[in-house]
Design a protein around this ligand. Structure first.
Ligand SMILES: [Zn+2]
Length: 881
């Protein structure tokens, strides 16, 4: 916590480190409240540094220094200076390497911010990214300092029988007073943000993986004893990810051991520490009766993500934190592709784009807009954003689209070969892609420095005499904070043409070979593309697969969209046409609501959906996406001034109208797919559950006793969490008579499963019921709620403020006040998580005048709070600009 105006750090100010740390020997005597750390660092002046001063400054926060020595000689109080954030040593050797030894003390139990070494239940564990290592000991805590680590952990044998750190276990032994020790050695140089240790009474499942070169790797997942039966899926996912990275990228695992530990108190999703990943339990633990299909999918994706970091992040790391997207964008792209290969590419792509367009586009359009490589920050923890991760992945995906599969692989091979063991920049990544393919991506680089979502406007002109189709494309990007003028970007636009009978039209473009699909490269503000030999006007399918993170503006009639829903062979655009169609209809209803006109249903949508339903579908998950309406938050993102009530009313009206029109179809879909399933995680079963629960959701909107019974019966007999939770959510969203009983019963059934109880909180926080605000307020007093647990905070306060726009943005402003009170309380406990909760207030400019005033008042309250953390200060103050 600090009171002085927090300092901004700029990318342009980057300089080489003045000293290097070649190796570190750490020894920690662990205890809950008094952990002793001894660090011996082999250091030397960096030959690349121009600074000739002999001052050494190390970062360190909330540490109690015990002693300091250089080459065995103790330093006196006059030799160094301590401040809240630094340790400065006036004179260190310049000509030869030296050993700096530091002894200090820390209190893990008092560490509620969960950065550095902290206590999660009975377990001691670490989180060092981005700057947590400085809360363990004084260090050059920056990613371009790469060192080898040898770590000895000493602790009580009963309390902490398991002692883990990075690398391979090299020695262990017993000590007096019921204590034991273990030494770990990591032969790979790494930045300190990848350091980890875990001490606790943990159970473990073990498996093996044989790499492509025939090495046997031991795989271990550590959890608390009661969770040992929930690790199988995580282990399978890990092995699949290891195999995939060998097949697709030629990357093999390097240590002999790969460990994952699940902890219940964790700020993020998971952390890729070398050889010792630390995970939020949410992304490890799954059993069919406790985890939904989407939990299973997330676990698979996150396990893979952290594994893939071993090459994209650990072996090749970031030079500075501005380059975060170098590791995150690339790794998210890799995990997206992996997940698509495991189940369904079509579904994965649609879901990723949904997330991008509702959440990241909002970030891009709001006060916190920043490029995927930001220019400045106050608190780096605030830049673990959707922009850096998701848009970062889109930028890598565009390179992939431009280079093709083989070209991209050549580029990534060169990148790994050139930079293995180095800390590099986003520019180095793009250069490797260019050099391996002999192409020029200089214009493309603007994606790294330019914030905001570009708009792509397209006009089609068909000349029947010339048999020529012309597409006039124009790109523009609105100003964003701190970036008023924008330059044209290099945008890959994937295109297909469809004939009026639904067949694919061959594409003649310039002198290129005739193809069925083409990637056009838009590089200027305005560009025209001509296609010849077209006997009749084809229907254009543009931006296939969502080939660039842009907003596409192209006039398309409802009939044209309905045609694409029937015939587009691109799975993304087919779904997109349906979304545009229902979106257009919902917006006309919103207009009618705002003018107090009577609502009329457009039957074109019904006939389009019936047509879809008449086809034979193998992929029921895809079918359920085709039948789903756009989310309220996506609809909101397309409105200039968001009208939460009208959005809700219009969407409910259309949902009910569809249910009325297709009632019997939904009943038979439900009955056909409602099987007695134990929840196996395979694409067919997931598809059945998805379509069945979608059908039930439509039917529930009819407020009919018969369908209430469907939900209740499903709720009571479900053998898997997907079905149980889907039924419960429909019960509490409707006027179902058993609402309260089911909620209470669900709590009693699952009170010992923390992750299920998170769902119980989230379900109530997201409810559209008129009681929701009071319920949420009461739930903050529930014995199972605690501000000290980030998962609980996210499931109640996060879910309410970010996923329940109807009630959070209630006209009277009570939602905003509720959030502010909780952020202030949380700011004292965990600034990083507190700052993430502020996001609900950042979009104030998108609301009507009264709401704007209330949201601004709330943000001002935060800025003016005494002892506000720099995390919360940065988000709140920038939001007000
Ligand atoms: Zn990551």
């Amino acid at each position: 916590m600090r009171e002085a105006s927090p300092q901004t750090i700029y990318l342009k100010d980057y300089t080489f480190p003045e000293y290097l740390i070649d190796s570190v020997e750490l020894s920690l005597v662990l205890s809950e409240e008094d952990t002793r750390v001894v660090s011996k660092m082999m250091m030397q002046k960096n030959p690349d540094s121009e600074n000739r001063e002999s001052l050494l400054e190390l970062a360190g926060e909330e540490l109690e220094l015990i002693s300091l020595a250089i080459d065995g000689k103790a330093l006196s109080d006059d030799d160094y200076q301590l401040s809240e954030e630094h340790l400065q040593i006036a004179e260190v050797p310049q000509e030869q390497p030296f050993i700096l030894a530091i002894e200090n003390k820390i209190n893990p139990k008092a560490n509620t911010a969960l950065e550095g070494l902290y206590l999660s239940k009975q377990m001691l564990c670490t989180q060092c990214e981005a700057q947590g290592f400085r809360k363990i000991t004084y260090f050059l805590d920056r990613p371009d300092i790469m060192s080898t680590f040898k770590t000895t952990l000493i602790a009580d044998k009963d309390k902490y029988p398991v002692l883990l750190s990075n690398g391979n276990k090299v020695a262990e032994g017993e000590l007096q007073n019921n204590r034991h020790w273990v030494t770990w050695e990591d032969p790979f140089k790494k930045p300190c943000y990848l350091f980890a240790l875990v001490a606790g009474d943990l159970s473990c499942i073990e498996d093996k993986f044989v790499t492509m070169s025939g090495r046997e790797i031991s795989l271990q997942i550590f959890v608390e004893a009661e969770d040992i039966d929930k690790c199988e899926h995580a282990m399978d996912s890990l092995k699949n990810a290891m195999r995939w990275d060998e097949q697709v990228y030629g990357r093999e695992y390097d240590l002999d051991l790969y460990m994952i530990v699940a902890v219940s108190h964790f700020n993020m999703g998971a952390m890729e520490n070398k050889g010792l990943n630390i995970f939020n339990t949410k992304f490890v633990l799954a059993r069919p009766d406790t985890a939904t299909d989407s939990d299973y999918e997330h676990i698979e994706g996150v396990i893979a993500h952290e594994y893939f970091h071993n090459w994209t992040g650990n072996r090749v790391t970031c030079r500075d934190w501005f380059q975060l997207s170098l590791k995150e964008g690339f790794t998210v792209f890799r995990d997206q592709e992996f997940s698509g290969d495991q189940t369904s590419k079509a579904i994965k792509r649609i879901e990723d784009v949904k997330l991008l367009r509702t959440r990241q586009f909002a970030e891009d359009a709001g006060p916190l807009a920043h490029p995927i490589r930001p220019d400045s920050y106050i608190e780096i923890n605030n830049f673990y954003t959707l922009t850096v991760y998701e848009k970062g992945a889109e930028v890598v995906r565009m390179i992939h689209t431009l280079l093709g599969v083989e070209g991209f692989r050549r580029g990534s091979d060169l990148y790994f070969q050139r930079h293995d063991g180095q800390a590099v920049t986003c520019d180095d990544f793009v250069s490797a892609m260019e050099d391996a393919n002999a192409i020029d991506l200089s214009l493309f680089r603007r994606w790294y420095s330019q914030a905001g979502t570009p708009e792509l406007s397209v006009k089609q002109v068909y000349d029947s005499e010339q048999q020529c189709l012309t597409l006039e494309m124009q790109q523009s990007s609105s100003p964003t904070p701190r970036q008023q003028t924008k330059k044209p970007l290099h945008i890959p636009v994937k295109l297909g043409l469809i004939n009026s009978d639904g067949t694919t039209e061959k594409i003649n473009y310039q002198s290129r070979p005739v193809v069925e699909e083409i990637v056009l490269e838009l590089k200027q503000e305005k560009q025209t593309f001509e296609f010849n030999n077209l006997a009749s006007k084809p229907v254009v399918s543009l931006l296939r697969g969502f080939s660039a993170p842009v907003v596409l503006k192209m006039e398309q009639s409802l009939e044209e969209l309905a045609f694409l829903v029937r015939h587009d062979s691109d799975t993304f655009n087919r779904w997109e046409a349906g979304q545009k169609m229902s979106g257009t209809i919902i917006f006309s209803l919103i207009e009618a609501i705002q003018k107090s006109e009577q609502l009329k249903f457009n039957n074109l949508l019904l006939s389009s959906l019936s047509h879809v339903l008449q086809q034979d579908w193998e992929d029921l998950s895809y079918l359920s996406l085709l039948l789903s309406l756009p989310d309220e938050s996506y609809l909101a993102s397309q409105m200039k001034i968001i009208d939460v009530e009208a959005i809700h009313e219009a969407r409910e009206f259309i949902k009910k109208s569809i249910a009325e029109g297709l009632e019997s179809v939904f009943v038979s879909l439900y009955k056909q797919n409602h099987k007695d399933e134990s929840g196996c995680f395979d694409a067919a079963a997931i598809g059945r559950r998805r379509i069945k629960n979608l059908a039930l959701s439509y039917l529930s909107s009819l407020d009919n006793q018969q369908f209430y019974e469907f939900s209740e019966q499903q709720y009571h007999t479900a053998k898997n969490m997907t079905d149980q939770l889907a039924a419960l959510s429909l019960i509490i969203e409707s006027k179902h008579p058993s609402k309260e009983i089911c909620l209470q019963q669900f709590y009693e059934q699952w009170q010992h499963e923390a992750l299920v109880i998170d769902k119980w909180f989230a379900l109530q926080a997201c409810s559209r019921s008129s009681q929701t605000f009071d319920t949420v307020k009461t739930l903050t007093q529930h014995s199972a709620f605690s501000l000290n647990n980030p998962n609980r905070v996210r499931s109640l306060i996060g879910a309410f403020s970010q996923s329940n726009q109807l009630h959070f943005h209630a006209e009277n402003g009570q939602g905003y006040q509720f959030l502010v009170e909780n952020v202030i309380a949380l700011n004292r406990i965990n600034p990083q998580v507190a700052a993430r909760m502020v996001v609900g207030l950042t979009q104030w400019k998108r609301f009507d005048y009264e709401r704007q005033q209330k949201m601004k008042t709330a943000l001002n309250q935060l800025v003016n709070t005494a002892e506000i953390s720099k995390d919360v200060f940065e988000v709140a103050s920038k939001s007000l600009l």
